[in-house]
Design a protein around this ligand. Sequence first.
Ligand code: C2E
Ligand code: CA
Ligand code: CA
Length: 585
Amino acid sequence: MGSGGSVAEPADDLARVGVFARAWAKALTGTSYFPLTHAQLETLLQRLTDQLAEALRSEPLDLRAGHRVAAELVTAHIASAEALGRTVEVIQLRLVRDLDLVTDDIADRMARLIAAIATGYARALRDRTLDEQEAIRRAAQTARAEAERALRASEARFRHQATHDPLTDLPNRTLFADRLAAVCAGHPAGDHRIGLCFLDIDRFKRINDSYGHQIGDRALVAAAQRLSRAVEPHLVARLGGDAFMILVERSTGTGDVVAVAESALAAMAEPALVGGHDITVTASVGVVERRVAGTTPDDLLRAAGSTLQWAKHAGGAGWALYDAERDGREQARQALSAAIPGGLERGEFYLDYQPLTSLQDGSMLGVEALVRWRHPQLGVLRPDRFIGLAEETGLIVPLGSWVLAEACREAVGWSASTGEPPYVSVNLAVRQVRQVDLVQEVCGLLQRTGLPPDRLQLEITESMMMSSAEQPVRALRALADLGVRIAIDDFGTGYSNLAYLRDLPVTELKVAGEFVRGLRAPEAPDERILASLVSLAHALDLTVTAEGVETVGQAERLRAIGCDAGQGWHFGRPAPAEHILARLR
Ligand code: C2E
Ligand code: CA
Ligand code: CA
């Protein structure tokens, strides 16, 4: 047995490698931070020791083994200058001896191997640095890409939030307006048609009131989902509250859009189970369908709004189709109502008067003031054209005040050649009687004009007296106490209940023209009804004036029945105050 490594027993060889590797590991301790455990380090170094021994024994000397060992050390993060120094040192001092590798040219071989390790080390370090730089560059790139993606995502989220309703996640008014504007701008000429369905849930407030807002919100979300599924692929936007708009970007005629409205209504009417409650709603839809050319988004929206109101007024749970004629009429009414305040300011209103004539002696007991509007464009308008509007908008209050003041101002100058001058009878709208300062207003007027209270009569409607409110009755009583006459206008068209009149401060009944028109044959049922009405009224201390008396025959019958006075064309048409005054003289 020689001492040459080549003949050593394998087990013996293993032990030698272990000895050297342990020494090597020890030498490296503290040179740098290794991510390896001590055991892992020893295993690694044993393997590298094997490779070095192999290289030293090879013929010719395998220098690439030196490079490989160095590269592995660097890969294992044994990469500091100090680690290299210790490695070279331990190899120089111990490798040949520990592994028993003595040969003739061992010194030369060792020198070349160590040089190869150093070279390999330097190369591996340089490669690692390049790799690291590359890795850093790549990491930076990835990070930038990620940041950009996140930014885009948050931009998209932001855009989504700005264009969608947070509750239902449907497109909101902004997105809808953009799309509508785009469709309109895209077809300034040509035959392209567009449709809108403006949908509003009927009496949705009741859901909120009975189940609370949380259930209400969930019902709304469920309804929104049903709706957008039902009318796909059309855009459904929530405009707020329980109002939705469906945009039909391309239509071939009203039928297309009505079909969308019907699908929407059917979807809305589906029952939903929300929070354990069965919730069923209905909706109303305003449908507008027209050529894009010649219309604007504003026009379309306004038309859809009006049409929705028509659907609501028709009782809900259905659709209405835009009707230009009806819309024109309503807009004209709207314009007329808006012109009332200006008309009042410019003195465009005036009063005509119509005699209330005694059926006993033909004298003029009073005159009714009837308002007219000399409209600069439309000519003279009868009250039927604007009183209803003024009542709806509340403009009847200033208009009625003007009538009252004007009537008192004119009436105070009237005098009769014989007997009392006639009283002036002024129509009061319900709203006026509800004004808390009505009594004050009338008192002030009588004081300022000097008109005796019993020369003013106020005509109010039956329905007004039937209302359960206390205030109007108190006001009328106060006025009656002053001496002002109170008449019930158009009696017989409403409740026709005499019993409640007993407790009210009423002085006169004006029987509606309808009753008078029925007076033909002496024994006609209308005549008997009228006769008993008159006797009942007299029993309650009320005088009776018949309206709409157009013929001498009617006047005769009314007198025979016992009616006190008549008003109508037979006695005189409404006319300006001068004409009435002429008749008095
Ligand atoms: P009303 O109070 O029933 O007034 C009588 C209406 O019958 C008047 O119409 C009058 O012109 C019309 N009339 C008079 N005699 C005859 C007749 O023999 N045959 C027919 N067919 N009609 C006759 P007018 O002036 O158009 O007034 C309409 C209504 O407008 C009035 O009905 C009254 O309710 C309301 N009104 C008029 N002026 C005022 C006012 O100043 N304030 C308020 N709140 N309402 C007023
Ligand atoms: Ca009247
Ligand atoms: Ca009347």
